[in-house]
Write a protein of this length. Sequence first.
Length: 147
Amino acid sequence: MKLINRDADYAVKALLTVARRGDETVPVTALTAELGLPRPYLRKIMQTLGREGIVRSAKGRGGGFALARPAARIAVADVIRAFQGPVSLHDCLFKKKLCPDVATCPLRKSIGRLERKLVRDLEALSIASILKEKAGRPAARTEGGQP
């Protein structure tokens, strides 16, 4: 089970890159260079974020992408939903058919509680909070103890 697919993962990384630049419009070339992604793939991700109102784009010279709202108001849950739909940990075996055990299924109730907590946590996790957490970490060390 994957909670976050590749597109959503790269979208969060792209948003972190854009958010670090503040109000500056970040050119696609800078994003592709920093993230190491092919331009068409990154453009697809950014277009999805634009349709969802998470980023805004500017075309032409000086164009690129900027956040459409403050980083503190962009939840990881918003990004996951943009690429994957609702956050869900469990799909019932019966899919759209009504399960005969729906009222008493202990797994359904337990998974439902976990799912609600996960959604709350993902709603609380913003692009700004990830940046803040990352900034508070000590620099990674290489062999020999040098940063």
